[in-house]
Ligand binder design. Structure first.
Ligand SMILES: Nc1nc2c(ncn2[C@@H]2O[C@H](COP(=O)(O)OP(=O)(O)OP(=O)(O)O)[C@@H](O)[C@H]2O)c(=O)[nH]1
Ligand SMILES: [Mg+2]
Length: 344
């Protein structure tokens, strides 16, 4: 990147500015994380790209692409991370209750799927829950529109997954992608691309940046890709926005996103309060308002099935996370007590 950028160009706003301590103003440099590595992070600053080492005790696992951090420019060292405006993360490890950071401080999530065997409404709903929970605007991108004679059928199915949900079908190899995605990629806006491997995320990123990041052909038999992109990275767009490309995700676990699930299924969550029992599972209990709405053709029974599955999975994963935190706290106390004893 040769041109100089202002901090506003990088996406800085009053939200981050208000987190600066008085003695930090003018002495530290804000930097936006562009990629995260094992022992260092790459960032963009007003003065160009800077690689930063972390303070002892900090792990790069706690840093997401898109984060704002403060750094000491002379020592090329990160001082601290600023609070995030939004955090996209998925449930990744149920045993340990871990969640994996996908990206942070994004305004829009481009949920990317292709007009072929990858298209799956249940998976799209998982991404929608994640986006809604993070208060990030979801947009469904249907790639490879040139692979089907009937892109409209995909558009109709995707639009049915939300109220006023933006759904865009495109051919990333031949169409004018910047024009189609214009509303979300303007100055200071940040978008993240997410979806299965091989759906064309990097192809879209290249079309938007004018770059040549590696993309790869897909296996014809199952329409799956081969994980060409291996790390998350932040890119500057000629339109003034910022784009985060991510590696394809095989499964998308939900964890601690109950609010996002409710927002993804408003036709169900809005009427649940009318059920006779407060903890109604909509499984045939008397006075169930949701089953009544299914009977009246107001709620799609397939959507209800998928809603219940996500709620169950989310509750289990959330409990595991809570248990893991409790274990962590207990372990911390034991270590503290042992250290104290030793010091005596
Ligand atoms: N015909 C057609 N092919 C496309 C389109 N978009 C992407 N492709 C092709 O699909 C293949 C996979 O594209 P990638 O951009 O590497 O997919 P990806 O989602 O980044 O994959 P991962 O990095 O593995 O997650 C490439 O061969 C692209 O040329 C499209 O709109 N139309
Ligand atoms: Mg890719």
């Amino acid at each position: 990147m040769t041109q100089t950028l202002t901090i506003a160009d990088l996406g800085w706003s009053a939200f981050y500015n208000s987190q600066l301590e008085i003695d930090e103003i003018g002495t530290v440099t804000p930097a936006r994380v562009s990629s995260v590595h094992r022992t260092r992070i790459a960032t963009f600053t007003e003065n160009g790209p800077v690689d930063l080492a972390l303070e002892a005790g900090l792990s790069t696992g706690e840093i997401a692409v898109g984060d704002w951090v403060l750094c000491d420019p002379d020592a090329a060292r990160m001082i601290r991370r600023l609070d995030r405006q939004s955090t996209l993360q998925r449930g990744s490890d149920y045993v340990h209750g871990d969640r994996q950071l996908i990206a942070s401080n994004v305004d829009t999530l481009f949920i990317t799927t292709s007009c072929n065997a990858d298209f799956n409404v249940a998976r799209l709903e998982r991404y929608l829950a994640l986006a809604h929970d993070a208060e990030v605007t979801p947009v469904i991108l249907l790639t490879k529109a040139d692979h089907t004679d009937d892109p409209d059928s995909y558009i109709t199915q995707a639009r049915a997954l939300g109220r006023n949900l933006e759904v865009i079908a495109l051919d990333a190899l031949h169409g004018d992608v910047s024009e189609a995605l214009g509303p979300w990629i303007g100055k200071g806006q940040t978008v993240a691309l997410a979806g299965s491997s091989g759906v064309g995320k990097t192809t879209l990123a290249n079309a938007l940046t004018g770059g040549h990041a590696a993309t790869q052909g897909i296996r014809e038999d199952d329409a799956r890709g081969r994980h060409t992109t291996t790390g998350r990275s932040l890119h500057r767009l000629p339109t003034g926005g910022w784009l985060i490309d991510t590696p394809g995700m095989r499964g998308l676990g939900v964890a601690d996103v109950a609010i996002g699930i409710a927002a993804t299924f408003p036709e169900i969550s809005e009427i649940e309060g009318n059920c006779h029992f407060r903890n109604c599972k909509h499984d045939g209990e008397p006075g169930c308002a949701v089953q009544a709405a299914v009977a009246a053709d107001e709620v799609d029974p397939e959507r209800l099935k998928r809603f219940k599955k996500l709620i169950r999975e989310d509750a289990m994963a959330t409990e595991t996370i809570a248990q893991a935190h409790a274990r962590g706290r207990k372990f911390g106390k034991i270590v503290k007590a042992a250290t104290k004893k030793k010091g005596r």
